[in-house]
Design a protein around this ligand. Structure first.
Ligand SMILES: NC(=O)c1ccc[n+]([C@@H]2O[C@H](COP(=O)([O-])OP(=O)(O)OC[C@H]3O[C@@H](n4cnc5c(N)ncnc54)[C@H](O)[C@@H]3O)[C@@H](O)[C@H]2O)c1
Length: 376
């Protein structure tokens, strides 16, 4: 079945979804598009096909599935209209400007029973999928701690060029809800439920209600911890970049680059730790921290068991495919779900959980970084 997709909003992210629908070969046809900025709708229709609609309801009536790609404050009202009409819906993140609005969206799609997906697209990034295969493998021992840095230039500029991101009424707030909702979602997706967090935020650009520096300290139910730093700066050569380091008992992973890596891995096999412990117990200590053994330097001291494996781009994708990992374009996955009439993922319910974390972070920040318990 070819799925006719309509678009509400024809800006930056609508363009990205349209392109992904095209390059992924999804069985989709472009239906109507509406944007109050009619020149945007017109150039979108010119590039991708479909027709410019005069109203939101024209889009809904003329589509099997609707992408809601407007600024954030419009999401709840539009998702409700789409769901009431019984159409499948792809809603961009965030679901709404705060947790209450996000709950409204989740309740609406649940009671309408429509297929729904959200734009938490990094769950489908090959680099993050690979990182998850590393984390899911118990071989490197327990996860100790995670350092996550997410930076972007203030997105009212450059390719984003959107004044609404400086307006709390339309964006909700700043970097935590607008950008790092991805990161909070990824942290739970990778490391399991968060049990508590503490956050501090500041507004260094002086835009009221729009935090541009945030630090969140998280504790997981597993006992692991994480520090997330999210910053909006003015370095125009850095549209969006992430670096995530995972420390396990015997493994270290570093991911850089949202989609294609590189992902770097360093690990020490358990047997080498045993050898090192045995040497410390029975070997001769020549000076603090140095162990001398009869037959020279042991393998782990020569670094033989700490190769620095790096995977990036095509090699990373090939590695995943060879191990049976199913990679997909999120948009193609959505269209397949709509055609088959089965649930899509990540869903609005997944995004609601990310909103719970964002909300806890804002509550902590307004209480000078007090720890906030988060129930799963
Ligand atoms: N998943 C991601 O990685 C990602 C990336 C960028 C943006 N986003 C999200 O996507 C949404 C849109 O962001 P953007 O960068 O495309 O912004 P944008 O400013 O480029 O486009 C938003 C468009 O929505 C239009 N609009 C406003 N109200 C409308 C309505 N009622 N009906 C139809 N159109 C309407 C505006 O005129 C504008 O053209 C935001 O919620 C943003 O957070 C997600």
């Amino acid at each position: 079945m070819t799925v006719t997709v309509g678009f509400l909003g024809a800006g930056f992210i609508a363009e990205s979804h349209a392109t992904m629908l095209e390059v992924s070969g999804a069985d989709a046809a472009f239906g109507p598009v509406f944007d109050p900025d009619s020149s945007r709708a017109a150039s979108f229709a010119l590039r991708h096909g479909g027709a410019v609609a005069a109203t939101e309801s024209e889009v809904i009536d003329g589509s099997d599935a609707v992408y809601v790609c407007t600024w954030t404050s419009e999401h709840p009202r539009l998702v409700e209209a789409v769901a009431r009409a019984g159409r499948a819906v792809f809603c961009e993140k965030p679901l709404g400007v705060d947790l209450e609005a996000a709950r409204l969206v989740a309740d609406t799609v649940a009671s309408a029973g429509v297929i729904n997906q959200v734009g938490l697209v990094l769950r489908d990034s090959p680099a993050f999928r690979y990182l998850r295969t590393l984390v899911d493998d118990p071989a490197d021992g327990e996860v100790l701690t995670v350092v996550f840095r997410d930076d972007q230039y203030l997105p009212v500029r450059g390719i984003y060029g959107s004044r609404w991101r400086a307006d709390p009424a339309r964006a909700g707030a700043g970097t935590l809800i607008e950008h790092s909702i991805h990161d909070l979602d990824l942290l739970e997706w990778l490391f399991g439920p968060v049990s508590a967090l503490s956050a501090r935020t500041s507004q260094r650009h002086g835009i009221e209600g729009i935090e541009d520096v945030a630090g969140v300290h998280l504790e997981f139910a597993s006992g692991a911890t994480a520090h997330l730093i999210s910053v909006w700066h003015d370095v125009l050569g850095r549209p969006s970049g992430r670096r995530l380091e995972v420390f396990r008992r015997r493994g270290w992973y570093a991911l850089e680059g949202d989609l294609a890596g590189p992902v770097r891995v360093q690990r020490t096999p358990e047997a080498d730790i045993d050898e090192a412990d045995a040497l410390l117990a029975g070997g001769q200590v020549a000076e603090p921290g140095e162990v001398i053994v009869d037959d020279g330097v042991p393998a782990w001291r020569r670094g033989e068991h700490t190769p620095d494996d790096v995977l990036a781009g095509r090699d990373l994708v090939r590695h995943l495919l060879e191990r049976g990992c199913r990679l997909r374009y999120p948009d193609a996955g959505f269209i397949e779900s709509v055609a088959a009439g089965r649930p899509a993922t990540p869903s609005v319910a997944d995004a609601l959980r990310a909103h719970v974390l964002v909300d806890a972070a804002y509550r902590s920040a307004t209480d000078a970084g007090a720890w906030v318990e988060v129930s799963s």
